[in-house]
Design a protein. Sequence first.
Length: 454
Amino acid sequence: MSVAPARRAALQVLQRVRERGAFGPETLDAVLTASGLEKSDLALATRLAYGTLQTEGVLDEAIDRLASRPGDLEPRVRDALRLAAYEILYARTPARAVVHQGVEAVKRIRPQAAGLANAILRKLAAEAPDFPWGDPDTDDDVLARATGHPRWLVDLWIADLGRKDAVGLLHGDAEPAPLYLWHNPFAGSFGEVLELLEGEGADPVLCEPPGCIEARVPAAAVRSEAVASGRVLVCDAGAQVAPRAVAPRPGSVVVDMAAGRGTKTVMLQAVAVAAGGPAAVYAIDIHPFKTSVLGRRMERFGVPDVTVLTGDATDVASIAGVPAPGSVDSVLLDAPCSGLGTLRRRADKRWRLKPEDLTSLSSLQSMLLSQAASLVRRGGVVVYSTCSTARIENHDVVATFLSGPDGREFRTRDLSATVPNAWRAWIGVEGWLQTVPAIGGPDGHFVAALERRG
């Protein structure tokens, strides 16, 4: 029996991710583009690769328990066992076919390991009907296995969000994320964009916030001319709140403090232009390759009045060209974070992160927030945002800032007018927004708007 084409492609993705230490859509696209697979096999290969990476730690736990010497498993053999274990435990593919395919895959990699693979997969198939081997309602180890997450993340979310929301998030992480787009008014009209997406089979529908579009056929949208031309930018619906919360006015001075490749920079200027005219936007990032991309995008889209600066925003005064302290009308700090709110888009990330990463990031975020605050004039605003669902990166960072010497002149600005009505339940008692990933909904994003008292 030969290995089915979709499984061969999925194994290639797993190997590349392991060798490079990270997963990205480009890895999957490169393998699948070269594979020549039929449409149905492309979908299967995608599901197998994503699913195996998402549940990697649970699969390793199961394999290691059944292997006599798990440390001796060759990495490529482990890839094949992981893929088969995912199909058996999560995809619920008929075990007989999976065992045969898994053994055949191992045989092609290391013939001497075929017998071991056969024994492991047969044992796993025998145990599969009882997976996740307990009651997830009463045992959090079982809940972690059932949803394919590290136990520390389960504990974190239950502590931060409460059990009900945490369980919803855990299950939401296992489902494909919706594809949200943002209409770029500098690159074409809204009507033209919708017509183009419709004609390319993306099945676009309008959604909140204003300017947001959900593409119900994501594969068609990603490959569309609308995306390639920049008429729409790929951006989660939750991520579109922060630039709107900044609410830049025509002629105002705005700093995008961790601008990356500039998607939110475009949004900031679009809000100002829609209000009557451009703001003076300063876009900063520490990475020269990102600011190079950002500059080219602003030129390509025709976004006016954006000054691109490269430098370390933990010492913002050291960056040549940055406005003087106390002179800026508004700052957007879309802070570097763990990305815990976007794990369903990053299949491998949940198994790469460690609890100590969040502690390190929160220290960096606090430094950046203090620097952002130093730029703002009286009556101005700092909008702090992340794509995390961890309290240590969100509520704790803002609360510590407000209670410290740098934050005592600041107060929370109401987000109610910025947030879609359906999302207002996500605004906490402090006045800060925390969306939580849910099936068919936005990713996890945090937004707090802090106004400096006049």
